[in-house]
Structure formats: C-alpha cells, structure tokens
Write a protein that binds this ligand. Structure first.
Ligand code: HEM
Length: 473
C-alpha cells in the first residue's frame, strides 16, 4: 500500500454508523484505513462535546493516560477543543515518531499550536534540513569546553543562594529553586550581572513562559497571553541590541557563545536566529530543570536512606567544587536523578503533526494528525517498570539486570531522534552541581502532613511551594 495517497480520500468526515457500529460503545475509529492496507484504525473517543478530554487529561494526566493505554493500547486518539490528538505510549510507539524515518512527523507543526507565538523559530520548531543546519551551529555552544565555562559561571549563584538558606520548618523549596535558576539564567545564559537589568529580564522571561502556557489563548487585554507577547517583544529588543558587542567579545555565557558559534563550514546564525534561539533556550532549560531539582529534593526528603547514601557519596569527595569530569562520577546521585526523570518526566508530552498518511505500529494515521508523544506516562507503565510509582534509584545502578531493563526508548526523558535534548549534559551538570552542595550543607525531610499536588507545565509540576523541613548541617 502506498501511504502517499491523499489522506482526505480516506478520512471520515462524519463517523457514520456503518463503521462505528462494529465497535463497543464509546469507541470510535479516528479514520478508516485504506482498503487492502491491512492497517487497523486508531481507536479512541472525543470525550465531552467541544472540550473533549481536556479537563480530565489535565486533572490527572497519569491516570488518564494509563486508563487509555489499558483500553486502547499504545496508539489511541482523544478529543480536545475542536481537534483530535493521537497519543503514543510505550517505547515502540515513541521510537516510530522520534526516528521519523520517512520525515512524516513535523515538530514545527506539532508544537506551533501549543507554544508557537512565544517560541516561533526556536530550534525545536524547525524541521528536517533547516533544523539539521541550525543544530550543527548550536552544537558548538554545547561542547565540553563550553559546558566547563557554564559550570564556572553557575557556581556563584549556587553558593550565594545556598548560603542565604537557613534552618527552617516548611521552607518553600519550589519558589526558592526557581529563583536560583532565574539568577542562573541571567548570569549563565545571558551573561549579565545581577541588578535591575537582570530583574527585568527574569520578569520578562517568566511572563513569556506563562503566556505560552495560558489557558485563554487570545490577546485579551491584561491576560497572560497579551502580557507574554509584550514581554517577548522586550526580550527581542534586548537581545538584538546586544548582539554586535557579544559577537566581538569573548564572553563564556551561552548568549555570547551562540553569537560566535559556527559550524564546520563556517556558517553562523543570523541575528534573528540568535534572538529566537535564546528565547527558546531559556524556556527549554528553566521549567524542566526546576521540576527535576524540586522532585529530587522531594523524593530524597521522603526517602531518608537514599538521602543519607547520596550525602555519604557527596561528602566522600574531597572537592567542594567538582569539575565537569568529576561530576560524571557520582553513581548514586546519577541513579537518583535518572529515577526522578523517569517518574516526573519534566518534558512530559511532546508534539508532532503528520505531513502525510502514515502508519504507527500497524495503525493508520492520516495526514495532518496532531500527535502527542507521552513521555511521562510511558515511563510509568508497569509493562516496563515494576512498581512504576515507587522511587527506587536502585533500578539504575549498574548491573546486568538494569542494563537489560533499561533499553533505549524505555527510558527516554530527553526524547530521541533529531530533536533529542541538546541541553541534556547542561541539565545533568546543573542538577548535580546544585545537589552536591545541598547534600553537603543541609539535611531535609518532607513535613508529615504534606501531600504532593502536581499541576501541568512542561510536565508534572509542583502545584504549591513544596515545603521541606530544612536543617543546616
Ligand atoms: C531535566 C531537564 C531537561 C529535560 C528533561 C529536557 C527534555 C527535553 C526533551 C524531551 C526534548 C525533546 C523535545 C521534542 O522532541 O519535541 C528537549 C529538547 C530540547 N531541549 Fe531539553 N530538557 C531539559 C533541559 C534542557 C536544558 C538545560 C537545555 C538548554 C540549556 C535544553 C535545551 C533543549 C533544546 C534546545 C531542545 C530542542 C532540540 C532540538 O529541537 O533540536 N533542555 N528537551
């Protein structure tokens, strides 16, 4: 069968009784597979009129996804505010979209309806050859020597922030770590010193991220969306004005590095590219790292034996300021961080759109279908992870069993294929450098009466301050 034939020919304009009557009530095929293709339809249902499953999927994304996986398998569809989304769960379905062997899945079209106006032309919103060309240049800002430079720039903010923390009951960890990461964004990403300029940058950046996540996605005066777009325009002006000086200078911050990065053929980013990539990079790094550090602190606060083991590892090192290479040799911290990424995938759902008719695991998926890659729920499936909701870094401690269990796309918090996270090592270094110091300077527990509430940002996100009982050692 050729999947290149026009999809519209096959798409069901209305779900007629002839095809739906064969399925149990409540289930509907997304579209009729081409005759003779041997493909199955993707099954699912729209949900409530108009809003579809939007509220149930946001209220408890994990429960929602696991129930649909049980009912429909790794490929299913659901409705949401006028459109239908095909969800992929489990390593094989994720692999199909990430490997993208026939260039069917567009990241640009998938992400544009979700974060488009705020992060347009960010690298994740580019496709195929253009994406590859940009990635080659951007990669030069993520080399080992570049990362070494970022680590040096990040130390003062870690030291400053941790020295301002003291023994406190109910210490609000989530806002405190976000504050630290905003200061780091100003110093490490943008290369400014702290002061009114960096405060304005942080405020604008915060508004752009919130605008991208606004429920009311329209330019209503005073709304998050409008505020976010105004903040984006201010950030654009700020970055444009600074590009000539940063290009001439020798700064080690990410902005300066992007201005000077060139690929092996000497190609560089245009000024507009630098601006768009900077705004996207700030967003890609901030919430994801904040979630990872927060949830690691939370789980270590509840699992004291792991906190103690990690502290022993950290205090056993002679160096209070480990370098990049040394940070790679923390097996327990590494295992705990991986377990957090598995349990609370900070980039929880990724989006694509099909450019042509295609098949996913034997299911027919028509052109222009919005596809949600469910990273978060996939890493909580009992099929691959025994006791998936239990924090157990032991799964990642090197052993023959763990190597078999953890195959490529079973554990994939940083995605896969061409768009795989370019900041993976950056995130690893930030989390480990911060946690190394926290473990050496503090002990903490989670208050007995605290019940974790999660909301949804880029992934599962603390819905409150995440209080911890903090004690300086
Ligand atoms: C724990 C932290 C992080 C997690 C879990 C994470 C996860 C991800 C995932 C899953 C993707 C793939 C998106 C897709 O395929 O649609 C991605 C892409 C990306 N991430 Fe991260 N990320 C993290 C931190 C960072 C940091 C610190 C940076 C930058 C310093 C960064 C920069 C990017 C960029 C630029 C992309 C797009 C790459 C491309 O399209 O080629 N991320 N990230």
């Amino acid at each position: 069968m050729s999947l290149l034939e026009p999809a519209n020919k096959y798409r069901l304009q209305s779900l007629g009784a002839d095809i739906t009557s064969r399925y149990p009530s409540g289930e509907r095929p997304l579209a009729r597979p081409p005759a003779g293709s041997g493909l199955k339809p993707v099954m699912g249902n729209y949900g409530f009129p108009v809003i579809g499953h939007i509220f149930s999927s946001l209220a408890d994304p994990l429960d929602f996804s696991r129930r649909r996986y049980e009912q429909f398998g790794p490929v299913s569809w659901a409705g949401g505010v006028g459109f239908r989304v095909v969800s992929l769960m489990g390593p094989d379905a994720l692999e199909t979209a990430w490997i993208n062997k026939d260039k069917i899945f567009s990241s640009e079209r998938g992400w544009a309806p979700v974060i488009g106006p705020f992060f347009h032309r960010g690298i994740m919103l580019l496709d195929f050859d253009e994406h590859r060309d940009h990635r080659r240049i951007m990669q030069q800002s993520f080399t080992r020597s570049a990362l070494d430079g970022y680590l040096e720039l990040m130390r003062p903010s870690i030291d400053r922030t941790l020295s301002s923390w003291s023994t406190t009951l109910g210490f609000p960890f989530y806002p405190s770590i976000k504050h630290l990461l905003l200061e780091q964004a100003a110093e490490v990403f943008v290369g400014t010193t702290l002061g009114p300029e960096s405060e304005q940058l942080s405020a604008d950046f915060h508004d752009v991220v919130r605008g991208g996540q606004a429920m009311v996605r329209a330019d209503v005066p005073g709304g998050l969306w409008a505020k976010g777009l105004r903040a984006r325009r201010r950030l654009e002006r700020y970055f444009y004005n600074q590009i000539p000086a940063r290009t001439r200078g020798s700064g080690n911050d990410l902005f300066s590095m992007l201005c000077r990065s060139e690929d092996d053929d000497g190609a560089r980013f245009s000024h507009a590219d630098v601006v768009n990539h900077m705004i996207f990079l700030l967003m890609a790094a901030h919430d994801t790292t904040a979630i990872a550090l927060s949830m690691l602190t939370y789980e270590l606060g509840r699992n004291r034996q792991w906190q103690d083991a990690l502290r022993e590892e950290a205090t056993g090192r002679p160096n209070d300021v480990p370098r990049l290479l040394e940070l790679e040799d923390y097996p327990l911290l590494d295992a705990a961080f991986k377990e957090i990424l598995r349990m609370y995938a900070p980039a929880g759902t990724l989006f694509r759109q099909t450019l042509r008719d295609t098949e996913i695991l034997g299911h027919f998926v028509p052109r222009k279908t919005q596809v949600a890659i469910s990273v978060y729920a996939s890493m909580r499936l009992p099929d691959w992870w025994p006791n998936p909701d239990t924090f157990d870094p032991g799964r990642f401690i090197d052993s023959p069993e763990s190597r078999t269990a953890v195959s490529r796309y079973v554990f994939a918090p940083f995605g896969g294929g061409a768009h795989k996270c370019i900041g993976q090592q950056f995130a690893d270094m930030t989390v480990k450098a911060t946690m190394h110091k926290m473990l050496r300077q503090f002990e903490w527990t989670v208050p007995d009466d605290f019940r974790l509430q999660l909301t949804w940002g880029t992934g599962p996100t603390p819905a409150d301050d995440l209080p911890i009982n903090l004690r300086r050692r």
